[in-house]
Design a protein around this ligand. Structure first.
Ligand code: ADP
Ligand code: NA
Length: 339
C-alpha cells in the first residue's frame, strides 16, 4: 500500500495524558510498526501545529519558541523516531498556508459554523472579538492533511468532526475539477476514549485549560502526579469501582486512563481496582502506575530540552523532507486549477 499517515499537535503547552493516549503514543506505535514490518512504503509525518497555535491568545515570541522546541522534545521523548517519521513544524512549510487559501474558497460558512470546537472555543457571538483564523481553523487543518495527500490521520475523537470537514473539502475540490487528486483521508481513532479534565468531567483534558490541576502532563514530577490524582473529582461510592461513564464519569475517566496506559481492557482494570475499598488507596495505586509509566519519557524529555541544537536539527531535516512533498503537490494542485 502507499499509505501516507499524517497528524499534528499544537505546541501550546506541555503534552498531557489525553494527547498521549489520543494521539502521540499512537504515532509512536506506528513508528514501531514501520520498523518491525519493514513497511518502507508507508510515509509517516508528525508535526507541531504552530500556525494553529496562534488562533488562541498569542504567546510571546520567546516562550513560543521554547514551547515549540519542547513539543518536538516531547515527541522524541516517548520514542517517536525521526529516522522513521518526518518530524516538522507546520510554519516551516509555506504550502500549508497556500492550500488553506484555496480550500477556503470551497468551505461554506455554514459548515464551519457547525463545528463543535469552534462553538466551544468562540463561546461568544460577539463578532467583533472572535477571529477569522479561529473560524477557519478546520480549513487550515484540511490543508495540513491534504497538502501531503494523506490517506490516514491518527487523532483523538475530539477531532473526528474536523476530519469529516477535511473529506468534504477534498470531495468538493475533486468534483469541481473532475479529478481524484485528493484521497479522502481516513480517521484513525485512537483505541482509548477521550480523556476528561480531572477537575471538571464536563470538559476534556486540554492544554488550553488554565487549571493545571485538571491535567497530568507527560513530564509532571511524581509529586505532582500524586497530588493531582488525589484531587481528581470522583464520587462517594467506595465498595465497587465499576465503569459507568454516565453515572460515574470521574471514576470512569481514571479507568480509561489506566486502561490506555496499561493497554488493558476496561474489564481487566475493573478487576484490578476491585481489591480496593477506598479512594485514597485506589488513587495512590493509580498515581504509582502513571509515575512509573511516565518515568522514561520524563527523563528523556529533560535530557532533550538541554540540547536545543539537536532539536533544531531534527526540525530542519523534517521541514526539508516535508517541503519536498508539499511543493510537488501544490504544483499539481495549481496546475489542475489552471494557475
Ligand atoms: P489540546 O486540546 O490539548 O490543545 P490538540 O488540539 O493539540 O490538544 O490535539 C492534539 C491531539 O491530541 C489530537 O489528536 C487530539 O485528538 C488529541 N487530544 C487532545 N485532547 C485529548 C483528550 N482529552 N483525550 C484524547 N485525545 C485528546
Ligand atoms: Na485543542
Amino acid at each position: 500500500s502507499n499509505a501516507t499517515i499524517f497528524s499534528m499537535i499544537q505546541p501550546t503547552g506541555q503534552f498531557h495524558l489525553g494527547n498521549y493516549l489520543g494521539a502521540v503514543r499512537v504515532w509512536k506505535d506506528l513508528c514501531d510498526l514501520k520498523s518491525s514490518n519493514n513497511k518502507n512504503d508507508v510515509k509517516l509525518l508528525f508535526g507541531a501545529a504552530d500556525l494553529h497555535a496562534i488562533t488562541i491568545p498569542k504567546p510571546d515570541a520567546k516562550s513560543f519558541k521554547k514551547t515549540r522546541l519542547e513539543a518536538i522534545a516531547s515527541l522524541l521523548s516517548i520514542g517517536i523516531d525521526p529516522k522513521k517519521a518526518i518530524i516538522f513544524t507546520q510554519s516551516g512549510i509555506k504550502q500549508h498556508a497556500e492550500l488553506h487559501w484555496i480550500l477556503s474558497t470551497f468551505a461554506s460558512m455554514g459548515t464551519l459554523n457547525r463545528m463543535t470546537q469552534w462553538k466551544s472555543k468562540a463561546a461568544t457571538n460577539d463578532l467583533n472579538n472572535v477571529k477569522l483564523g479561529l473560524f477557519s481553523y478546520p480549513v487550515l487543518q484540511a490543508a495540513d492533511i491534504l497538502i501531503y495527500k494523506a490517506t490516514h490521520v491518527p487523532v483523538g475523537d475530539d477531532q473526528a468532526q474536523h476530519l469529516e470537514c477535511t473529506r468534504t473539502l477534498a470531495g468538493l475540490f475533486n468534483n469541481c475539477y473532475k479529478t481524484n487528486l485528493f484521497p479522502l483521508p481516513k480517521t484513525m481513532l485512537a483505541p482509548t476514549k477521550k480523556i476528561l479534565s480531572l477537575s471538571n468531567v464536563e470538559k476534556k483534558m486540554s492544554k488550553s485549560d488554565p487549571n493545571q490541576n485538571s491535567l497530568i502532563y507527560l513530564n509532571d514530577p511524581p509529586e505532582s502526579i500524586q497530588r493531582k490524582i488525589k484531587k481528581a473529582v470522583t464520587d462517594s461510592i467506595t465498595d465497587h469501582f465499576n465503569y459507568n461513564p454516565i453515572e460515574r464519569p470521574g471514576l470512569s475517566n481514571l479507568i480509561n486512563m489506566i486502561s490506555g496506559v496499561q493497554r488493558k481492557s476496561i474489564q481487566d482494570v475493573e478487576k484490578d481496582f476491585s481489591r480496593f475499598n477506598n479512594y485514597r488507596d485506589l488513587k495512590s495505586y493509580i498515581a504509582d502506575i502513571l509515575i512509573e509509566h511516565l518515568r522514561e519519557p520524563r527523563e528523556n524529555f529533560n535530557k532533550l530540552v538541554g540540547n536545543p541544537d539537536f532539536l533544531e536539527s531534527v526540525i530542519k531535516n523534517g521541514v526539508e523532507a516535508a517541503s519536498e512533498i508539499a511543493e510537488k503537490n501544490i504544483q499539481e494542485i495549481k496546475k489542475t486549477m489552471g494557475f
